[in-house]
Design a protein around this ligand. Structure first.
Ligand code: BG6
Length: 611
């Protein structure tokens, strides 16, 4: 996926466009470009690489001064990262300038049809069909031309368009892809995500399917595809600019790891009563009768959010006693069991824009399932498509590797499972009081964990510095933790990290254990420590270098490993939140000690709005 920005107003557009793009480069950083208009003509500059490379290009090759413009930072889907494939893109002439996020699924068909009409294509991108289509359907009025061309595009897309014929305006459209309008004093802003708007405004309007926004000096007109004027909402957004500043942290990833106490506190805020979980808005959607009619629950997500779903699954099934499954979004949409109105499907997505997850949600809706979204982004597409949205309150997460969003997602999943248990009077009801008292201590437990593990982790990162392979293992919830720890090490340290159910190591993977290879043993589930210790003995017998992460000051474990990291002890269901922290810190230090850009790991992006 990519990032789109736009500005129109009284000020010079260039610095605003560049600063906004800087705040969006977590959406993709293969190439960047801008087009600026001085209301008479439009000029474009683009480059391979990051926004900083675009700034350097503009120092060497200045662009015209203008008070409106559009910009783009790209995560390549169709067409390698190159200058020619960078956005903005034009057609046969330099009449239309288009920046695009998403996928035009029927671009090959359109490209063929347009080529037959004499259009000559210069790039390998799907996007390039759009300016050629605008040329083909040009009526001399930009808004009309967009209205005519838009219905021919299939897929998910957010677009910002400028035209040399009407160089005093920007047109913005969105179809199942995020694009947010921001309102200033006599100036308007466009961005794919809210963080890029926060330095200028907290009044926003997420552009919806079928809306066409016409940004002109001093005002924004919203129309539908028939040209009827629509109302422009002005939503006030909770986040503020301070939330998105790096402050005195070196990386967003470390900042966000240390924001976890507050993220969890805010996610719990107002949702824990004396001896019950309070989700009043859910009461309307899920009556006791409806809850009792649920026969199966699914968690569906991608990446780190999928690991939160795995934790949710294990806890949910122990509390409600119903069959619970967890699936990758990209798999669920083609491979789900029987679905109907008695299935509850819970989608977890930090951004609320992941295309795989949105597609899986559409599939669940087709079967009339009960659909709940757990997301961190107000006004996101998923929050508009789900029957009910349970928001995590982690604040903006700008590092590509998810950290505070993950522990907030686990927290929200536990709240949801507890609420369902109480309302449905399921078998886990007796567990609620103890869980509530553990939740009330969770923020301070997370703070203690951060203090207890940071130094030890830094040392361990040094130990793994020259390693290419690392194994993680655990049982039950610790196995899920091992999966998330491995993903973090892959994402941030580019380490070949693999996670195994501890009891499985001896059935094959043990062949890979050579002297000195690092193994991280998760042993935070007290009732499983004994069994995990026997697996530790097995790898130690092959001279692995073993680090244990545990809560019990169990001399047995201490005796068996090369290094132990202790974290506070709490309810076993909440242990995955605490134990995630040393794994996040390990990935962070292993990445920085290797000199990686941990906020922007190679080949990745924060939320993939393409399937
Ligand atoms: C990946 C991100 O692209 O998408 C992960 O790098 C994230 O960090 C995954 O967990 C899912 O994203 P989301 O927004 O749907 O939770």
């Amino acid at each position: 996926m990519s990032g789109i920005v736009g500005y129109i107003g009284k000020r010079n557009a260039l610095p605003i466009l560049l600063d906004s793009l800087d705040k969006l480069d977590y959406r993709g950083y293969d190439s960047a470009g801008i087009a600026v208009s001085n209301q008479h003509q439009i000029e474009m500059k683009k480059t391979i690489g990051r926004v900083k490379d675009l700034r350097n290009l503009l120092l060497r090759e200045p662009i015209i001064q203008g008070n409106l413009g559009i910009g783009h930072t790209r995560w390549a889907t169709h067409g390698v990262p190159s200058v020619i494939n960078s956005h903005p893109l034009t057609g046969c002439t330099d009449q239309f300038f288009v920046v695009h996020n998403g996928i035009i699924e029927n671009f090959l068909y359109l490209r063929k049809q347009l080529s037959l009409k004499g259009h000559v294509f210069a790039t390998e991108t799907d996007t390039e069909v759009i300016p050629h289509l605008l040329e083909e359907y040009n009526t001399g009025n930009l808004e009309e031309t967009v209205r005519k061309a838009l219905p021919l595009l299939k897929g998910s897309f957010a677009l910002a368009i400028m035209s040399n014929d009407e160089p005093d305006r920007i047109i913005a459209v969105s179809q199942d892809n995020p694009l947010v309008l921001g309102f200033g004093k006599d100036e308007s802003f466009l961005a794919s995500d809210i963080p890029a708007l926060l330095p200028y405004t907290r009044e926003i309007h997420p552009i919806k399917n079928g809306e066409i926004a016409i940004l002109t000096p001093g005002k924004v007109i919203m129309k539908d595809l028939h040209g009827e004027v629509q109302e422009v909402e002005r939503n006030f957004v909770e986040w503020n600019n301070q939330d998105v500043l790096l402050s005195n942290h070196e990386h967003y990833m470390l900042k966000e790891i240390f924001e976890q106490p507050k993220a969890i506190e805010d996610t719990l805020q107002g949702r824990i009563g004396e001896n019950e979980i309070l989700l009043p808005e859910l009461d309307d959607f899920l009556s006791k009768e409806k809850i009792k009619s649920i026969k199966k629950i699914d968690f569906v997500a991608n990446g780190t959010s999928y690991h939160a779903g795995m934790i949710g699954k294990k806890i949910m099934e122990q509390l409600v006693g119903l069959p619970v499954e967890v699936s990758f979004s990209s798999e669920f949409r083609y491979d789900h069991g029987p679905l109907d109105e008695n299935n509850l499907v819970i989608f977890i997505s930090q951004s609320g824009e992941t295309a795989d997850t949105l597609s899986a949600l559409r599939e669940a809706k087709k079967f009339r399932c009960l659909v709940i979204a757990i997301t961190n982004t107000t006004g996101s597409t998923i929050s508009r498509k789900a029957d009910y949205t349970l928001y995590t309150k982690a604040g903006p997460e700008l590092a590509v590797p998810a950290t505070k969003a993950y522990t907030a997602q686990i927290t929200a999943s536990i709240l949801l499972a507890m609420w369902l248990t109480q309302k449905g009077e399921f078998m886990g009801t007796p567990m609620i009081p103890e869980l509530i008292s553990s939740l009330n201590r969770l923020k301070s437990d997370v703070e203690s964990t951060l203090i207890m593990t940071q130094d030890a982790i830094d040392q361990f990162a040094q130990v793994t510095f020259d390693q290419e392979h690392i194994f993680l293992m655990g049982r039950g919830l610790d196995y899920v933790l091992a999966l998330e720890g491995a993903l973090k090490l892959q994402e941030v340290a580019y380490l070949h990290a693999d996670a195994y159910a501890a009891g499985e190591m001896k059935h094959g993977t043990m062949a890979l254990i050579t002297p000195g290879v690092p193994v991280i043993a998760l042993a935070t589930q007290e009732h499983l420590v004994e069994k995990t210790i026997s697996n530790i003995k097995e790898v130690k017998a092959r001279d692995a270098f073993v680090v244990g992460i545990t809560t019990v000051r169990d001399e047995l474990l201490y005796e068996e490993v090369d290094h132990v990291m202790y974290i506070p002890s709490t309810h076993s269901f909440l242990m995955p939140i605490l134990a995630a922290i040393p794994l996040q810190l390990l990935a962070y230090y292993s990445g920085t000690v290797r000199g990686h850009d941990v906020d922007r790991p190679r080949n990745l992006a924060k939320s993939l709005t393409v399937e």
